[in-house]
Unconditional design. Sequence first.
Length: 264
Amino acid sequence: MNLIAQISDTHIRLPGQLIEGKIDTFACLSVCVDRINALPQKPDLLVASGDLADTGSAEEYRRIKTELDRLAVPYCVMPGNHDLRAPMREAFGGSAALPVAESGHLQYAIELEELRVLCLDTLDEGNEGGWLCIDRLDWLHDQLAASRKPAMIFLHHPPFDCGIPGMDAIKLGNPGVLSELLAEHGHVIGLSSGHVHRSVFTQWAGLPACICPSPAHQIHLDMGENTPLSWTLETGGFLLHRVKDGMLAAHVVNGPTPEITKYN
Protein backbone atom coordinates (compact mmCIF):
# COMPACT_ATOMS: atom_id res chain seq x y z
CA MET A 1 0.00 0.00 0.00
CA ASN A 2 1.08 3.57 -0.69
CA LEU A 3 -0.29 6.75 0.86
CA ILE A 4 0.19 10.09 -0.91
CA ALA A 5 -0.81 13.36 0.72
CA GLN A 6 -1.60 16.23 -1.63
CA ILE A 7 -1.72 19.92 -0.82
CA SER A 8 -2.37 22.63 -3.37
CA ASP A 9 -2.79 26.38 -3.78
CA THR A 10 -0.96 27.50 -0.67
CA HIS A 11 -0.39 30.99 -2.16
CA ILE A 12 2.33 31.91 0.31
CA ARG A 13 3.23 35.58 0.69
CA LEU A 14 5.83 37.37 2.77
CA PRO A 15 5.31 38.01 6.51
CA GLY A 16 2.56 40.51 7.17
CA GLN A 17 1.10 40.24 3.67
CA LEU A 18 -2.48 38.92 3.79
CA ILE A 19 -4.44 37.90 0.71
CA GLU A 20 -7.50 40.15 0.33
CA GLY A 21 -6.30 41.80 3.55
CA LYS A 22 -7.68 38.86 5.56
CA ILE A 23 -6.12 35.52 4.65
CA ASP A 24 -2.90 34.43 6.37
CA THR A 25 -1.96 31.64 3.99
CA PHE A 26 1.24 30.81 5.88
CA ALA A 27 -0.70 30.20 9.10
CA CYS A 28 -3.13 27.97 7.18
CA LEU A 29 -0.23 25.97 5.75
CA SER A 30 1.25 25.54 9.23
CA VAL A 31 -2.03 24.04 10.46
CA CYS A 32 -2.03 21.70 7.46
CA VAL A 33 1.57 20.58 8.05
CA ASP A 34 0.75 19.84 11.70
CA ARG A 35 -2.26 17.77 10.63
CA ILE A 36 -0.21 15.77 8.14
CA ASN A 37 2.51 15.13 10.71
CA ALA A 38 -0.15 13.85 13.13
CA LEU A 39 -1.64 11.29 10.74
CA PRO A 40 -1.60 7.82 12.32
CA GLN A 41 -0.22 6.32 9.11
CA LYS A 42 2.56 8.42 7.61
CA PRO A 43 2.26 9.13 3.88
CA ASP A 44 5.04 7.83 1.67
CA LEU A 45 5.07 11.16 -0.15
CA LEU A 46 3.46 14.59 -0.14
CA VAL A 47 2.80 16.28 -3.49
CA ALA A 48 2.39 20.07 -3.46
CA SER A 49 0.52 20.52 -6.73
CA GLY A 50 1.10 24.12 -7.63
CA ASP A 51 0.45 27.74 -6.72
CA LEU A 52 2.93 27.37 -3.91
CA ALA A 53 3.73 31.09 -4.00
CA ASP A 54 1.28 33.89 -4.65
CA THR A 55 3.49 36.18 -6.75
CA GLY A 56 6.33 33.79 -7.63
CA SER A 57 9.06 35.69 -5.79
CA ALA A 58 12.21 33.96 -4.59
CA GLU A 59 11.47 35.11 -1.04
CA GLU A 60 8.06 33.43 -1.10
CA TYR A 61 9.62 30.12 -2.17
CA ARG A 62 12.23 30.35 0.56
CA ARG A 63 9.46 30.95 3.08
CA ILE A 64 7.31 28.02 1.99
CA LYS A 65 10.37 25.76 1.94
CA THR A 66 11.00 26.41 5.62
CA GLU A 67 7.48 25.21 6.39
CA LEU A 68 7.52 22.20 4.06
CA ASP A 69 10.82 21.16 5.61
CA ARG A 70 8.88 20.63 8.86
CA LEU A 71 7.04 17.73 7.25
CA ALA A 72 7.78 14.33 8.74
CA VAL A 73 7.43 12.79 5.26
CA PRO A 74 9.22 13.29 1.92
CA TYR A 75 7.68 15.95 -0.29
CA CYS A 76 7.85 17.18 -3.87
CA VAL A 77 6.66 20.37 -5.54
CA MET A 78 5.28 21.30 -8.93
CA PRO A 79 4.19 24.59 -10.53
CA GLY A 80 0.81 26.27 -10.92
CA ASN A 81 -0.23 29.43 -12.71
CA HIS A 82 0.92 31.70 -9.84
CA ASP A 83 4.37 30.12 -9.86
CA LEU A 84 7.47 30.99 -11.85
CA ARG A 85 9.84 28.23 -12.89
CA ALA A 86 13.16 30.04 -12.39
CA PRO A 87 12.79 31.08 -8.73
CA MET A 88 11.04 27.81 -7.94
CA ARG A 89 13.97 25.89 -9.41
CA GLU A 90 16.38 28.09 -7.46
CA ALA A 91 14.67 27.25 -4.16
CA PHE A 92 13.96 23.53 -4.67
CA GLY A 93 16.01 22.35 -7.67
CA GLY A 94 18.63 19.69 -7.21
CA SER A 95 16.80 18.17 -4.24
CA ALA A 96 14.33 15.31 -3.83
CA ALA A 97 11.59 17.96 -3.74
CA LEU A 98 12.19 18.93 -7.38
CA PRO A 99 14.26 16.28 -9.19
CA VAL A 100 14.54 18.00 -12.57
CA ALA A 101 17.25 19.11 -14.95
CA GLU A 102 18.77 22.59 -14.80
CA SER A 103 16.45 23.84 -17.55
CA GLY A 104 13.12 22.95 -19.08
CA HIS A 105 9.77 22.03 -17.62
CA LEU A 106 9.33 21.12 -13.96
CA GLN A 107 8.02 17.58 -14.35
CA TYR A 108 9.36 14.25 -13.14
CA ALA A 109 8.53 10.71 -11.99
CA ILE A 110 8.84 9.31 -8.46
CA GLU A 111 8.92 5.57 -7.81
CA LEU A 112 6.96 4.21 -4.85
CA GLU A 113 6.45 0.59 -3.84
CA GLU A 114 3.16 0.07 -5.67
CA LEU A 115 2.97 3.19 -7.79
CA ARG A 116 4.73 5.61 -10.10
CA VAL A 117 3.88 9.23 -9.33
CA LEU A 118 4.06 11.40 -12.46
CA CYS A 119 4.10 15.15 -11.79
CA LEU A 120 3.13 16.97 -14.99
CA ASP A 121 3.91 20.66 -15.59
CA THR A 122 0.83 22.48 -16.98
CA LEU A 123 2.12 26.01 -16.35
CA ASP A 124 1.71 28.44 -19.26
CA GLU A 125 3.63 31.42 -17.85
CA GLY A 126 1.72 34.66 -18.20
CA ASN A 127 -1.66 32.92 -18.42
CA GLU A 128 -4.05 31.69 -15.74
CA GLY A 129 -5.11 28.65 -17.75
CA GLY A 130 -2.88 25.64 -18.32
CA TRP A 131 -1.39 24.12 -21.45
CA LEU A 132 0.45 20.96 -22.52
CA CYS A 133 2.93 21.45 -25.35
CA ILE A 134 4.26 18.58 -27.46
CA ASP A 135 7.44 18.31 -25.37
CA ARG A 136 5.46 17.75 -22.19
CA LEU A 137 3.13 15.28 -23.86
CA ASP A 138 6.08 13.36 -25.33
CA TRP A 139 7.65 13.20 -21.88
CA LEU A 140 4.46 11.78 -20.39
CA HIS A 141 4.10 9.25 -23.19
CA ASP A 142 7.70 8.09 -22.73
CA GLN A 143 7.25 7.77 -18.97
CA LEU A 144 4.11 5.69 -19.34
CA ALA A 145 5.65 3.54 -22.07
CA ALA A 146 8.73 2.84 -19.94
CA SER A 147 6.86 0.91 -17.25
CA ARG A 148 3.59 -0.96 -16.83
CA LYS A 149 3.56 -0.24 -13.10
CA PRO A 150 0.36 1.52 -11.98
CA ALA A 151 0.76 5.28 -12.39
CA MET A 152 -1.01 8.30 -10.96
CA ILE A 153 -0.73 11.71 -12.63
CA PHE A 154 -0.64 14.97 -10.70
CA LEU A 155 -1.13 18.28 -12.51
CA HIS A 156 -2.15 21.76 -11.41
CA HIS A 157 -4.88 22.59 -13.91
CA PRO A 158 -7.83 20.17 -14.03
CA PRO A 159 -8.62 18.85 -17.50
CA PHE A 160 -12.37 18.73 -16.79
CA ASP A 161 -15.10 21.25 -15.93
CA CYS A 162 -15.98 21.58 -12.25
CA GLY A 163 -19.15 23.61 -12.87
CA ILE A 164 -17.86 26.96 -11.56
CA PRO A 165 -17.72 29.03 -14.77
CA GLY A 166 -14.89 31.33 -13.70
CA MET A 167 -12.64 28.38 -12.92
CA ASP A 168 -13.69 26.30 -15.93
CA ALA A 169 -12.57 29.21 -18.12
CA ILE A 170 -9.00 28.79 -16.86
CA LYS A 171 -8.68 25.01 -16.63
CA LEU A 172 -6.26 23.02 -18.81
CA GLY A 173 -6.64 24.58 -22.24
CA ASN A 174 -6.13 21.45 -24.36
CA PRO A 175 -7.49 18.48 -22.41
CA GLY A 176 -8.27 16.51 -25.56
CA VAL A 177 -4.61 15.78 -26.30
CA LEU A 178 -4.14 14.44 -22.78
CA SER A 179 -7.22 12.24 -23.08
CA GLU A 180 -5.96 10.81 -26.37
CA LEU A 181 -2.56 10.05 -24.87
CA LEU A 182 -4.04 8.33 -21.81
CA ALA A 183 -6.17 6.10 -24.04
CA GLU A 184 -2.90 4.45 -25.13
CA HIS A 185 -1.88 3.53 -21.58
CA GLY A 186 -4.21 1.37 -19.54
CA HIS A 187 -2.16 1.38 -16.34
CA VAL A 188 -2.95 4.95 -15.23
CA ILE A 189 -5.20 4.62 -12.17
CA GLY A 190 -6.19 8.26 -11.70
CA LEU A 191 -5.43 11.96 -11.95
CA SER A 192 -5.42 14.66 -9.29
CA SER A 193 -5.13 18.41 -9.75
CA GLY A 194 -5.49 21.65 -7.81
CA HIS A 195 -6.26 25.22 -8.99
CA VAL A 196 -9.97 25.30 -8.03
CA HIS A 197 -9.57 25.62 -4.23
CA ARG A 198 -12.31 23.04 -3.66
CA SER A 199 -12.65 19.28 -3.31
CA VAL A 200 -14.12 17.90 -6.54
CA PHE A 201 -14.45 14.30 -7.73
CA THR A 202 -15.46 12.98 -11.13
CA GLN A 203 -14.59 10.50 -13.85
CA TRP A 204 -12.65 11.83 -16.83
CA ALA A 205 -11.17 9.95 -19.80
CA GLY A 206 -12.42 6.80 -18.11
CA LEU A 207 -10.36 7.47 -14.99
CA PRO A 208 -11.03 8.67 -11.44
CA ALA A 209 -10.15 12.36 -11.32
CA CYS A 210 -10.18 14.79 -8.44
CA ILE A 211 -9.27 18.31 -7.35
CA CYS A 212 -7.50 19.11 -4.10
CA PRO A 213 -8.77 21.90 -1.83
CA SER A 214 -6.54 24.70 -0.57
CA PRO A 215 -5.32 24.73 3.03
CA ALA A 216 -6.45 28.38 3.11
CA HIS A 217 -9.32 30.05 1.24
CA GLN A 218 -11.80 28.18 -0.97
CA ILE A 219 -13.59 29.30 -4.14
CA HIS A 220 -17.26 29.99 -3.45
CA LEU A 221 -19.45 27.19 -4.79
CA ASP A 222 -21.76 29.08 -7.16
CA MET A 223 -22.50 27.51 -10.53
CA GLY A 224 -24.48 30.44 -11.93
CA GLU A 225 -23.54 31.29 -15.51
CA ASN A 226 -22.65 34.94 -14.94
CA THR A 227 -21.53 34.82 -11.31
CA PRO A 228 -18.18 36.49 -10.60
CA LEU A 229 -15.56 34.45 -8.78
CA SER A 230 -15.68 34.83 -5.02
CA TRP A 231 -13.79 33.26 -2.14
CA THR A 232 -14.81 31.95 1.28
CA LEU A 233 -13.12 31.08 4.55
CA GLU A 234 -14.51 27.57 4.62
CA THR A 235 -12.19 25.21 6.46
CA GLY A 236 -9.21 24.31 4.26
CA GLY A 237 -7.58 20.95 3.92
CA PHE A 238 -5.78 18.42 1.75
CA LEU A 239 -6.26 15.04 0.08
CA LEU A 240 -4.90 11.69 1.19
CA HIS A 241 -4.69 9.17 -1.65
CA ARG A 242 -4.58 5.47 -0.74
CA VAL A 243 -3.35 3.09 -3.42
CA LYS A 244 -3.51 -0.64 -2.85
CA ASP A 245 -3.51 -3.42 -5.45
CA GLY A 246 -3.87 -0.84 -8.21
CA MET A 247 -6.98 0.75 -6.72
CA LEU A 248 -7.23 4.41 -5.70
CA ALA A 249 -9.27 5.84 -2.82
CA ALA A 250 -9.04 9.55 -1.98
CA HIS A 251 -9.88 11.03 1.42
CA VAL A 252 -10.57 14.71 2.10
CA VAL A 253 -8.91 15.85 5.35
CA ASN A 254 -10.05 19.23 6.68
CA GLY A 255 -9.04 21.49 9.52
CA PRO A 256 -6.60 21.17 12.42
CA THR A 257 -5.75 17.91 14.18
CA PRO A 258 -8.94 16.79 15.96
CA GLU A 259 -9.39 15.32 19.39
CA ILE A 260 -9.94 11.59 18.94
CA THR A 261 -12.47 9.73 21.11
CA LYS A 262 -12.84 5.97 20.92
CA TYR A 263 -16.31 4.44 20.86
CA ASN A 264 -17.30 2.75 24.15
